[in-house]
Design a protein around this ligand. Structure first.
Ligand code: PHE
Length: 338
């Protein structure tokens, strides 16, 4: 036994040292090691116990009590720090192991209508807004609907200008892919009493080789009005109203004399461009009396006008495409832009 006199100050020093080191411990494991150092067999506190034997019996009791209190105080400090450390450790473990069960769903990639369909829909909207109804007809037609009823008899040179694709059915050159949507005006007049206000959008065919401005299968929209007292002024005003609604109010229109067998007089209609030049959009005219008669309508009682133009070409103009073939290449990288 050593006889070093007991210094009560040393207990205070042990406690402050324990507090400082517990506060400095950064995790539960190092706190465990510290606990061994502070309270274990080789601890300073334990060393002091050995000095108790050298004290007077009554002093021994008091010092022994102080030592136990110090020990409890150290245990409390350690317990408190352990609670702190294990709480932070648990929190960071939870954070690290966190499973995010929320599902992040990509916005659904919706497609959109093809340029031609968009153009056709817009055209229909504008004309329906002007009081027209939408009429449709078959894509395969007979010579009567595609030509004869439209005042183009088989000897007529105008037949040649239509580059017709014939279907090998029935008599020679009797069945064909329609080369314009004008057959729909015949079908409408056959089936419907005037007044008639229709537009006929649809696919049309000509034996053209595809190039930057032509497609062998393309789309037209035809307008037909049959009513009493209809004049060329109504035709011109209708085209102008449509063009302004579709292209904008700054766009002007003009008619140039032309020829179609099914209209008399006939005209081409042009629209003005920003640079002052004119662009041909389509054909039009007053419905030829022969056409009215072919459909059982009395030309003395009823008059009308018709007009027609290409929807694809309109899309080319509207979307400023370089090549009309882009419309049918079906490249989504191209189509996705519009
Ligand atoms: N059907 C003519 C064409 O395809 C266009 C047109 C329609 C012209 C109506 C006049 C009247 O070329």
């Amino acid at each position: 036994m050593t006889n070093t006199p007991f210094d009560p100050e040393s207990l205070q020093a042990i406690l402050s040292d324990a507090q400082a080191r517990a506060a400095a411990a950064s995790d539960v494991a190092s706190l465990g090691a510290l606990k061994g150092e502070l309270l274990g067999k080789k601890s300073t506190l334990n060393g002091l116990k050995k000095q108790l034997g050298g004290l007077e019996p009554d002093q021994r009791k008091a010092v022994g009590q102080q030592m136990n209190e110090t020990k409890s105080a150290i245990e409390a400090v350690l317990a408190e720090r352990e609670a702190e450390l294990s709480a932070t450790e648990r929190a960071s473990q939870l954070e690290a192991e966190r499973l995010d069960l929320t599902e992040l769903r990509d916005e659904i990639k919706r497609g959109h209508y093809h340029l031609i369909t968009q153009s056709r829909d817009r055209l229909e909207d504008v004309f329906v807004g002007m009081g027209f109804q939408v009429a449709e007809g078959p894509e395969v037609e007979t010579a009567w609907y595609n030509f004869e009823a439209l005042n183009i008899p088989d000897w007529h040179p105008a037949r040649g200008s239509f580059d017709t694709i014939f279907v090998n059915l029935g008599e020679e050159e009797e069945v064909m892919l329609r080369s314009h949507t004008s057959p729909v005006q015949i079908r409408t007049m056959e089936n419907q009493e005037p007044p008639i206000y229709i537009i006929a959008p649809g696919r049309t065919f000509r034996s053209d080789v595809a190039d930057a401005t032509h497609l062998p299968a393309f789309n037209q929209i035809e307008g037909l009005v049959i009513d009493k007292g209809i004049t060329m002024g109504d035709l011109s005003g209708t085209i102008d109203a449509f063009v302004k609604a579709f292209f904008g109010h700054e766009v002007k229109t003009r008619l140039r004399p032309s020829y179609f067998p099914f209209t008399e007089p006939s005209a081409e209609f042009d629209i003005s461009r920003a640079d002052g030049s004119w662009l041909e959009l389509g054909g039009c005219g007053m419905v030829h009396p022969n056409v009215l008669r072919n459909c059982g309508i009395d030309p003395e009682e009823w008059q009308g006008f018709a007009f027609g133009f290409g929807i694809d070409r309109l899309a080319v103009m509207r979307y400023e495409l370089d090549d009309i073939r882009e419309l049918v290449n079906n490249d989504v990288r191209f189509l996705g832009q519009f």
